[in-house]
Ligand binder design. Structure first.
Ligand SMILES: C[S@@+](CC[C@H](N)C(=O)[O-])C[C@H]1O[C@@H](n2cnc3c(N)ncnc32)[C@H](O)[C@@H]1O
Length: 230
């Protein structure tokens, strides 16, 4: 980790009540579809995604999938690819586990842990063909801006994990955070923004739960799609 920056803590674990179905999913499906956190800095094995998704095409990471509706749909519509979703909240993990089971989504795995730590300690460089971050918490109050995920220190951890030619796709309904995201990413050598600003909705992305909340408040939806140069 960069010594000049403290670790970003981009979430607060609230005591959200889980449904019976979500609890049961965590008890019965966790071992099949979740990868346990492992810390390669203490000698534990790093995550071998090539092996886990052997025979698949692209390997795509989603950070902060919430309740996982969009995640399940994207994985279901693209069975040729492998998908890894990371989420700290257990209710969302339980919900997505049930979806994986119901739809038999054998190309989807979950890690229930802080994505920053997962990337730092568990994921080898050049692991992903694409990374999705849909509606990261905007932390609107100024004193909370330090909690925003998309800042230089996190990008420094994330970018090496993306393969050359891979993409980073971010969406937010928080205009000022969208500007910040664009500014952070436009200062990094080797990144290419084909849109030269915000991108168009590509059409394949399902509307997420937080996107719906943003649209109900008439927030504009801002898309940022960046390529990592080869
Ligand atoms: C605003 S919600 C968006 C959820 C979903 N993507 C959507 O659009 O409906 C942000 C999600 O990111 C998760 N999150 C925030 N920081 C995280 C981190 N460091 N690691 C894993 N998940 C994180 C939160 O728990 C939350 O579920």
């Amino acid at each position: 980790m960069d010594k000049n920056y403290p670790r970003i803590k981009s979430y607060v674990l609230r005591n959200v009540k889980m449904s019976k179905g979500q609890k049961r999913a965590l008890e019965t499906l966790y071992d099949t579809w979740c990868l346990p956190f492992s810390d390669s800095s203490t000698g534990q094995k790093p995550c071998n995604l090539e092996e886990i998704f052997s025979g698949r095409g692209k390997i795509i990471l989603e950070i902060g999938f919430g309740m996982g509706d969009a995640t399940a749909r994207i994985a279901g519509e693209n069975p040729e690819n492998g998908y890894l979703g990371i989420e700290v909240h257990k209710a969302g993990v339980g919900k997505l586990l049930n979806e994986i089971n119901r739809r038999n989504l054998s190309n989807l795995r979950i890690i229930n842990h802080d994505a920053v730590e997962v990337l730092e300690k568990m994921i080898p460089d050049e692991s992903f063909d694409g990374v999705h971050i849909f509606f990261p918490d905007p932390w609107p109050k100024k004193r909370h801006h330090k909690r925003r995920l998309i800042q230089q220190p996190f990008i420094n951890i994330l970018l090496p994990k993306i393969k050359k030619g891979g993409y980073l796709y971010l969406v937010t309904d928080w205009e000022e955070y969208a500007e910040q995201i664009l500014a952070v990413l436009s200062h990094i050598e080797g990144l290419i923004n084909p849109a030269d600003g915000f991108s168009e909705n590509p059409g394949w992305r399902p509307v997420t739960k937080f996107e719906r909340k943003g649209m109900d408040k008439d927030h504009p939806i801002r898309e940022v799609y960046i390529l990592k140069g080869g």
